[in-house]
Design a protein around this ligand. Structure first.
Ligand code: FES
Length: 361
């Protein structure tokens, strides 16, 4: 009597397996299959970026310098972070903007960010300054860290204005550990430079901090700050593009340079003139979309999947990074590491070298 029952079980299991495989093949191949995107990547890898959105309560709002507002965002079970990390803020209009965490990583109940009002900017900072008030909730993603503090025998920081935000937690950590560090900190005026008092205290045990206010002393001498550095020194730079260009040009041999961009590099490859049509298969969604010459992969993908996250559309923030399952990528950003370029791309600027890409979307 046991044998027929076993036979039935084997038959049913086999049929279920075949149906599952057929369904997966159908999802993978048919551009017409009307299922929504599967929630998890099918590549066998976990999602590389922290994409979960959480709502945090604004419990503090302080003006920490002229035109600079600091927000304390409280929540529970917040993911840990390390100096250099940033948070994506999903603003009330839907704009997504990146802001460096400038608080204390040991404060596990809140994140702290600071943002300067850029009156002629793209609208993100204005929205933060005008709409994000105490008592409101704001959606965030992350944190992520593309600007981590690495092991080095010594550190030099070259910072302009609000670029101090990712650097401040680094300075606190280095000061606490007794590491060798120096900071060149430039800004329009002392009143416009956030966290000046704390930074000068952190560097009070030596000639570590040089503050250059433009209205008193002009522009900071980046080449001078980088001259005669010991080999192996890690140079960190965050600020306006000319400052980053000066740090890049003045980097001594044997030192490493770490840049944090919040705007596109001048002369970057984003928006390159080479722009041919191709198609993109969205494997998890079971759809294929054409990408026209001159159209970004992001625009083509969002026509099918409007929830796909993006922010800068210029290849510097990393929000639109997606895993590539097949196809040859034409990378046109300056953000991803060589390792990341192996199997992912920034779909706002990068394209395809062949006729077809397959994304894990
Ligand atoms: S949206 Fe910022 S890198 Fe693509």
């Amino acid at each position: 009597m046991a044998l027929p029952r076993l036979h039935t079980v084997v038959l049913v299991s086999g049929a279920a397996l075949l149906t599952r495989r057929a369904l997966k093949r159908r999802i993978a191949r048919s551009p017409l299959w009307p299922l929504p995107a599967l929630p998890e990547p099918i590549s066998g890898h976990s999602k590389r970026r922290a994409t979960a959105v959480r709502k945090l309560l604004i419990t503090g709002r302080t003006e920490v310098a002229e035109g600079v507002v600091q927000l304390r965002l409280e929540g529970t079970a917040l993911p840990p972070w390390s100096p250099g990390a940033h948070l994506d803020l999903v603003l009330p209009s839907g704009l997504v903007r990146q802001y460096s965490l400038c608080g204390d990583p040991a404060d596990t109940g809140a994140y702290t960010v600071a943002t300067r009002l850029v009156a002629d900017g793209r609208g993100g900072s204005r929205e933060v300054h005008e709409q994000l008030q105490e008592g409101l909730e704001v959606e965030v993603r992350g944190p992520r860290n593309r600007f981590p503090l690495t092991e080095a025998p010594g550190y030099v920081f070259v910072v302009g204005g609000i670029g101090i935000t990712p650097v401040l937690p680094m300075l606190r950590a280095l000061a606490a550990s007794g590491a060798e560090w120096r900071l060149l900190y430039g800004g329009r005026s002392r009143a416009s430079m956030p966290f000046l008092e704390e930074i000068e205290k952190l560097g009070a045990d030596g000639d570590r901090v040089t503050v250059v206010a433009q209205d008193e002393a002009g522009h900071p001498d980046v080449a001078g700050a980088l001259a005669d550095l010991a080999p192996g020194t890690a140079v960190y730079c965050c600020g306006p593009e000319p400052l980053m260009a000066a740090a890049t040009a003045g980097l001594p041999e044997g030192c490493t340079l770490h840049l944090e961009r919040f705007s596109a590099a001048t002369g970057g490859t984003a928006g390159s003139e080479r722009s041919e049509a191709f198609e993109v298969e969205l494997r998890r969604s079971g759809r294929t979309v054409p990408v026209a010459a001159g159209q970004s992969v992001l625009a083509a993908v969002r026509a099918e999947l409007p929830h796909v996250a993006y922010s800068c559309e210029q290849g510097f923030c990393g929000t639109c990074q997606q895993r590539v399952l097949e196809g040859e990528i034409d990378h046109r950003d300056e953000l991803l590491t060589d390792d990341e370029r192996g199997d992912s791309m920034l779909i706002c600027v990068s394209r395809c070298r062949g006729g077809r890409l397959v994304l894990d979307l």
